[in-house]
Design a protein around this ligand. Structure first.
Ligand code: NAP
Length: 344
């Protein structure tokens, strides 16, 4: 048990928790994570669309429809993972009814009044929150756990990141699309046309993960990593070049990271910093399959970049549904349950 988990267990066992988007890939993982970590709740109420209302979930929970007839009263914490539109429409209504919302979508991450928190990296940002807390984008989340120890020690001047993002990062419909296309190819049939992605993802790699806003040559996924990295590390000076790529992996995002430090950093010291960082495990060559189902971030291939005296490269892998989404949201909820820090 972490200190926050122990404090949470002591402070209150009467919390009512809403999970909005409970039938999605993140919501399902969230419910599982709450159970696994013995989150001190009196009741967990799953919400989804009208389509899922009445569905029985693991643990004997029954899905409620999130609509104008829904009773939003009496919740202490609401964990949202139902898309940015749903968060914009509903998160503040939960806050008005007294809940603190931890939101997994991109709806509030850019709002300067909303803390964007990675539990191991910047829990202090929770201080004085106003009822809304944002969970970072999944690729950014694992990047932060891996690079924050280096940033704290010697500063980071510039980052170059290429992502290899799994299909579960786009939700359950994308997983069905990958499975359908892969199965058809294995059976020698014509694969179904893509609906979620612009190109087939089965047996393919898509060199632009996310969507392009009009006039922008970067995707929204790439913009998220640039913006969120600077907000979480509280450093607007970091140069960041990002290419986000979608690969036909079901679960687990991988990142090839090259970083240039402000002060010199011996490679041995970099290894030490990473080996002792919270939430991080150093391996030789981590893979998404090995990271699946794990709450930690895995880092490997840590090596000097011989093209620059203050640069190093590394490979960072994590389960996007766990640390990239559900686990971090639950860790934030544990900090809130432990009473650190109170709502302003
Ligand atoms: N997947 C990841 O790795 C990841 C990581 C970080 C953040 N996120 C964010 O988490 C959110 C959910 O992602 P996901 O991958 O879990 O998607 P998903 O598998 O497609 O699930 C979406 C969930 O939202 C529910 N929902 C949709 N519209 C709703 C509405 N109007 N009212 C109530 N519930 C609604 C769905 O309910 P029904 O089943 O009834 O349709 C379902 O439970 C997104 O904002 C995503 O950006 C995802």
């Amino acid at each position: 048990m972490t200190a926050a988990q122990m404090a949470a267990a002591q402070v209150s066992d009467r919390l009512r928790v809403a999970v909005v988007g409970a039938t999605g890939v993140v919501g399902t993982t969230m419910l599982q994570t709450l159970r696994e970590r013995s989150f001190p709740s009196a009741e967990i109420v799953p919400f989804a669309t009208e389509r899922s209302a009445g569905r029985r979930l693991a643990g004997g929970l029954t899905v409620r429809a999130l609509n104008d007839g829904a009773d939003l009263s009496g919740f202490d914490i609401a964990l949202f993972s139902a898309g940015a539109g749903t968060s914009r429409a509903w998160a503040r209504r939960f806050v008005e009814h007294g809940a603190t919302v931890v939101d997994n979508s991109s709806a509030f991450r850019r709002d300067p009044e909303v803390p964007l928190v990675v539990s191991e990296v910047n829990p202090h940002a929770l201080a004085g929150h106003r009822g809304l807390i944002a969970n970072p984008n999944c690729s950014t989340m694992q990047l932060m756990v891996a690079i924050a120890p280096i940033h704290r020690a010697v500063g980071i001047e510039r980052l170059v990141v290429s992502t290899y993002q799994s299909v579960s990062g786009t939700g359950k419909a994308a997983l069905s699309e990958l499975d359908g296309q892969t199965r058809a190819r294995l059976d020698g049939a014509d694969p179904p046309a893509p609906e979620v992605y612009p190109e087939p993802i089965g047996y393919n790699v898509i060199g632009a993960a996310g969507n392009f806003a009009p006039g922008d040559d970067h995707t929204d996924e790439e913009r998220k990593m640039m913006f969120e990295t600077r907000k979480i590390l509280e450093d607007e000076e970091i140069g960041i070049a990002v290419t986000c790529v979608r690969v036909p992996v079901r679960v687990g995002h991988s990142l090839a990271v090259n970083l240039q430090t402000r002060e010199p950093l011996a490679i041995e010291r970099a290894h030490e910093l990473l080996a002792t960082a919270p939430g991080l495990i150093v391996e030789h060559v981590p893979t998404p399959l090995r990271a699946e189902g794990r709450d930690e971030v895995f880092v490997g291939r840590v090596r000097r970049d011989e093209s620059h005296p203050r640069a190093l490269s590394m490979w960072v892998v994590a389960d996007n549904l766990r640390k990239g989404a559900a686990t971090n949201a639950v860790q934030i909820a544990e900090l809130l349950a432990a009473g650190v820090p109170a709502r302003a």
